[in-house]
Design a protein around this ligand. Structure first.
Ligand SMILES: [Fe+2]
Ligand SMILES: [Fe+2]
Length: 357
């Protein structure tokens, strides 16, 4: 077995981990119904899954996540808002990679004797996510703030998702992860003067891992007719697309400093990632959102404005109940905008597939 060059750093102070700012946008840890997962009938996509398994075993990135000499220097010159925004970016990315690692590892453990193909697949995906999280954690170390991943494992709340929701959401998070990494990478290829830290130069091969993980989840999704052939699946697809996109928009606009240092316009970057992910999702989901509708991005942006107003209220020194009362109309405003986006006439991805055929 090939050893991963980077292991998650299990050292560091719990105090720093606890300092992780918690809000609705903080990446979560998930658990699922392992019994149902073990019983999934994968026969409809068996060839695709075997092909993906062969690719995962080939382990194209086994030598990729090794820190070269470009990291051997001080990063004190990155200061102020840019430094904080970058640390925040690393922190959230590390938590979400690590969250993927834990879920995949647990799935591979629980399915070991019951669904060997899936168990091996999850084990290999966990291998990749451990490398990603470890690499990000080392980068955080360069900025004086490693995360205690062992502490995080024990002390975070695990959210239960039925396996069907796991398939929709992990598919989307892998594909949106792919687009986020590759868009930054391609931008920096054109503007190398903005590549302020060597980690960013690793994104090209890194995002291929996420792309492969997404393709595995696509095969899982298409192996289950109830996840794409039913009217309920059309509603769920759009629901998860919208929640992932809304989270993305709010998160990007909460740390605009990071994107500005890269020379990217945060609003354009966000829209590009959402458009591309939605287009990609049309290959797996039965129904996707109409991102070209004139109200689509304008309403998402209104949600960002409301979210910024809520953050201002949160940082005030008022009593908790006053803050909650003041935030309520803003929260309702966000829900209202999201509902209106959800009700925009969707795009029938199954019909598109028929035309392509
Ligand atoms: Fe990853
Ligand atoms: Fe991944």
């Amino acid at each position: 077995m090939v050893k991963s060059p980077v292991k998650p750093n299990l050292e560091g102070s719990a105090a720093k981990t606890k300092a992780l700012k918690e809000n609705i946008l903080t990446p979560r840890f998930y658990t699922t119904d392992f019994e149902t997962a073990a019983q999934l009938d994968l026969s409809a996509q068996e060839m695709e899954l075997q092909a993906m398994l062969a690719e995962m075993r080939a382990d194209y990135n086994r030598h990729h996540f090794v820190r070269d000499e470009a990291f051997d220097q001080s990063w004190e010159q990155i200061t102020g808002e840019a430094r904080q925004a970058f640390i925040d970016y690393l922190e959230r990315s590390c938590v979400s990679e690590f969250s993927g690692f834990l879920l995949f590892k647990e799935l591979s453990r629980k399915l070991k004797n019951r669904s060997p193909v899936l168990a091996e697949m999850f084990n290999l995906m966990a291998r990749d996510e451990a490398r990603h999280a470890g690499f990000l954690n080392k980068a955080m170390g360069d900025f004086g703030s490693t995360m205690d991943l062992a502490y995080l494992t024990k002390n975070r709340v695990y959210t239960f998702f039925p396996i069907e929701w796991v398939i929709y959401t992990v598919y989307l998070s892998e594909k949106i992860g792919y687009w986020r990494y590759i868009i930054i990478y391609r931008h920096l290829e054109k503007h190398p003067e903005n590549q302020f830290y060597p980690l960013l130069g690793y994104f090209e091969s890194w995002c291929q891992d996420e792309n492969r993980h997404g393709d595995i989840f696509k095969a899982l999704l298409r192996s289950q007719p109830k996840l794409w052939k039913t009217w309920q699946s059309r509603l769920w697809s759009r629901f998860f697309l919208l929640t992932v996109f809304a989270t993305h928009t709010l998160t990007v606009h909460e740390r605009t400093g990071f994107y500005r240092v890269l020379g990217l316009d945060p609003t354009e970057f966000d829209a590009e990632v959402i458009r591309k992910t939605n287009e990609t999702a049309a290959r797996a989901f039965p129904s996707v959102l109409d991102t070209e509708h004139p109200q689509f991005f304008s309403r998402l942006r209104r949600c960002c404005d409301l979210n910024v107003q809520m953050a201002d209220i949160d940082s005030s020194s008022q009593p908790k109940w006053v803050k909650a009362l003041r935030k309520l109309p803003l929260q309702l405003g966000i829900v209202g905008h999201l509902l209106r986006i959800y009700l925009i006439k969707p795009i029938d991805a199954e019909a598109l597939r028929e035309i392509v055929r």
